[in-house]
Design a protein around this ligand. Sequence first.
Ligand code: F6R
Length: 610
Amino acid sequence: MCGIVGYIGDRDLLPILLVGLERLSYRGYDSAGIAAISDGEMSYWKRAGKIRELEDTVKTLSITHAMGIGHTRWATHGESSEINAHPHVSQGKKIALVHNGIIENYLSLKKQLTKEGHIFRSQTDSEVIVHLIERYLHDDLEEAVEKAVQDLTGTWAIAVVAECDPDKIVVARKGSPLIIGLGKDENYISSDINAIITHTKEVVYMDDDEIAIIEKQNVTIRKIGGEVITKKVNHISWDAIMQEKGGYDHFMLKEIYEQPAVIRNIISKYINSDNTIEFKHINLEKQDLARVSRFIIQACGTSWHAGLIGKYLMEKYTRTLTEVDFSSEFRYRQMITDGAGGEVVVAISQSGETADTLACIREAKCKFYNILSFVNVKGSTIDRESNAVIYTHSGPEIGVASTKNYLAQLMCVYLFTIYLGQLKWTLSQEQVDLMLQNLKRVPEYVEQILAQADKIKAIAEKYSSSREFIFIGRGLNYPSALEGALKLKEISYIHATGYPAGELKHGPIALIDSDLPVVCIAPQSATYDKMLGNIQEVRARKGKTIIIATEGDESIAQYADDIIYIPLAPEDLTPILVAVPLQLLAYYIAIKLDCDVDQPRNLAKSVTVE
Ligand code: F6R
């Protein structure tokens, strides 16, 4: 999704903005631009396509003692083109604006402004904002921005610079993230910590309906139409080095290989030396958690798959009714509560900024649900707006396809299930001890699977020319099938579908022929025999079977065109293990097809529009 970066200070402006834009590029973008004010004059450049194009345009320039704003655009209103790229400039080209979000009433505003004589250059919704600011600007940019945003409906994070006020960047937020980075005699703005983390780790998170004036030595934040407010300065613990590829060809591969370390980190964060589980940021009383009668999990994409696995675990071990819904659907359905306060809405989100998920928790809060969130990015909006948070601690995830954070989510959901099972007395101490003992072996198991990367690569290459895949699994591994299919389609653009294996015969089996690879997730489990039957149904129709099975299961090999073994582990942990070969399979197929795995077309890492 779109990204914003801005800088005011004495250093060379363009490299700061360009590097910032590069660091935002993982979010997904199709064009980029920059505006700068130097010696009281505004200049701007924008290009469709890669940031490299923009860089080539400005590479000979050096602008110091200045300020500027930059933007990566992910098209919503209007195609990807230079004209639609940000910054958008006012008619007189004296004001420049970058915007993330969607202006819902832009058509009526555009009509009105056109009547007043404003000429629009682009097809975007964003451009209306700069014309509105121009309409209200006499000599005070802050006042004009404040008036303009009061005319808007929708969501926005905006940054504005103007020739008439050459020593300040004015920013405002409603519904889209915006961070102010604090420096010495310089300050930064960004929609994402990644863009500025190399310069500062002291940040202020803006909240909705706030406006801020960013000067070289000052940052002033006010509520729109209100008094100046003092906000908490937060220290970021992530290091810039975590955002480098570290010798790997792609962030995705690096992140796949980081998984054993991520899991070890989660174990050390949440399991004490006396084998007790502790979540420091759950601000709900233990007795209230023990009384929860229903969990409603809502999430999107890969996080939704983690939620589906959470349902199986929570119902099995805590005997608590657990529903799972896509955030984009849950938000617009009737939220029915028993009114007794025993229901908790659970949000699962890597970025903590997904607009659909955020909208759900806001709606659910209005209906007096408590919100428990599993979030990776500390300080994100979902983190700040939840009653209770479990951090998934996977570090920055840069590859657009979620990998290490998915495993982290599964680990955290599993730990939370055990924690809750203890509170609700549905798990005995012996069960808890055994579950934790098994959990602690997971990093080693994941390492053993990673050691088979060459074999998985060879299988991937063998099937890379297939134009369609089916993934099947049962029980806890039905969501694994969905996740395997999602990973493949998002990075390789091959059509893939995940099914519960038992559903195959109710329709999808019609698709099977000798050209169709079927990835069968068949580790040892309560439904293993049924799964074996489903695999044979595929074989009987000449489908190609790539089977993921448990080490030592030699008999299943007779039904496999290709087989990948995972270590023997309790069924509950198999979704964590099978995810790894599925990630590698997708990765190597995409590489073979020469796809941009870290920034697949049309995708955004953090989806900040509904
Ligand atoms: C897929 C993927 C997406 C995200 C989804 C939710 O690999 O990354 O499907 O899982 O957009 O994002 P978060 O977890 O940030 O809310």
